[in-house]
Write a protein that binds this ligand. Structure first.
Ligand SMILES: NC(=O)c1ccc[n+]([C@@H]2O[C@H](COP(=O)([O-])OP(=O)(O)OC[C@H]3O[C@@H](n4cnc5c(N)ncnc54)[C@H](OP(=O)(O)O)[C@@H]3O)[C@@H](O)[C@H]2O)c1
Length: 344
């Protein structure tokens, strides 16, 4: 007997990807329900070879639902996750609403699946920010081997990280440039077509942006509070996949060959690292894929025990939908969740 799963935000970038991934991975669901706002009542979304008609979140009853995969933004999650969780339906949330709550595990299954043990305190599990998810998948095996002291990361984040409106804006602006139309910016603070923007999310008092702060705080919570991390997050005119230039300083000596061999064996990682023209991954190639790709691994001689690499992953998959489904799978594999139907 399988689980009943609700996808909340099913018409969005992440929600649609969740439905695809549930079907692709043959998630043990007896029933999948698609939910969104009142704007989308009756909108059709695909789940494998089935078509689901979206229902309205506000009028939906979660009493017989086992898992809610939430990707409807922070405000909706703040209001709805506790209500859904109170109906004994475990919430796996993609927004930042619950990530820093000490009673809510923040989980990337390849890195800290053990943290799931505490999920019943609130019945909510948080998915990290997209740029953090791929980064910690790469850092975890290196931290285990060489002990990370400090990380410097610059991100090149795609417009799909800002939802479907972000993708529409890049498309509309690119078209407008080609037909010499007026370029309008609504979603992003400046023009994104043929440009890039060194601001993601709002500014904090210390001059960092909230996206940069999230990478620091979430890496500490998921991997190790002792790791120092500084980030510069940049939006680039790419539709899907986030890229990161990463410099790491370790306690122990490290060579590029050792790091490459460790990363080759690491769960969720694929190394593409030929020191020749084209011998690396680009965001276009990573789109639609599950792996966190690592390229350009090299020693950084400007610090003691330094390493530099390039990290790319599909932000809608490992950065959001895939990670959420993997969390649900981990709950099942660890026997932390039984279908309500079976328990009845
Ligand atoms: N995109 C990424 O790379 C990424 C990565 C990690 C986390 N996230 C997080 O995932 C969430 C969704 O992101 P997205 O990229 O999928 O955004 P999106 O494409 O803009 O989709 C938003 C979804 O939320 C639904 N929604 C909005 N208001 C609602 C309401 N009041 N009640 C019910 N549903 C409502 C929308 O439904 P309607 O179509 O009916 O409006 C839509 O299905 C956000 O919290 C985001 O921060 C995104």
């Amino acid at each position: 007997m399988g689980y009943k799963v609700a996808v909340v935000g099913a018409t969005g970038n992440v929600g649609r990807e969740m439905l695809d991934i549930l079907a692709e991975r043959r998630f043990p669901a007896d029933e999948v329900v698609a939910l969104a706002s009142s704007r989308s009542i009756g909108t059709e979304v695909s789940y494998g070879d089935k078509i689901l008609k979206c229902k309205h979140l506000d009028t939906f009853n979660f009493a017989d639902v086992d898992i809610a995969l939430m990707s409807a933004g922070g405000d909706v999650s703040k209001e709805w996750s506790p209500r859904i969780a109170a109906q004994k339906c475990v919430v796996i949330d993609n927004s930042s609403a619950w990530r820093y709550d000490s009673d809510v595990p923040l989980v990337v299954p390849e890195v800290n699946a053990d943290a799931l043990k505490g999920f019943a305190k609130k019945n909510i599990i948080a998915n990290p920010n997209c740029s953090t998810a791929q980064l910690v998948v790469a850092l975890k095996p290196l931290h285990d081997a060489f002990v990370i002291k400090r990380v410097v990361v610059s991100t090149y984040q795609s417009v799909s990280g800002a939802g479907k409106e972000g993708m529409d804006e890049l498309f509309a602006q690119t078209r407008a440039v080609f037909v010499s139309d007026q370029v309008e910016s609504r979603k992003f603070p400046k023009r994104i077509a043929f440009n890039l923007i060194p601001q993601i999310d709002v500014f904090m008092e210390d001059g960092f942006t909230k996206e940069e702060w999230k990478m620091m705080a979430e890496t500490k919570k998921i991997l190790d509070p002792k790791i120092k991390l500084t980030a510069t997050c940049v939006r680039v005119p790419v539709f899907i996949s986030h890229s990161e230039s990463v410099n790491v300083e370790f306690e122990k000596p490290v060579t590029a060959d050792e790091a490459r061999n460790i990363l080759r064996e690491a769960p969720g990682v694929l190394v593409i690292d030929k020191r020749e023209t084209g011998g690396y991954i680009t965001p276009h190639e990573a789109a639609g894929e599950d792996a966190t790709y690592i390229s350009r691994i090299r020693e950084d001689a400007t610090v003691e025990n330094g390493l530099a690499f390039w990290c790319v992953s599909d932000n809608l998959r490992k950065g959001a939908a895939l990670n959420a489904v993997q969390i649900a799978e981990s709950l099942i594999n660890r026997k932390l969740l039984t279908p309500k139907k079976q328990a009845a």
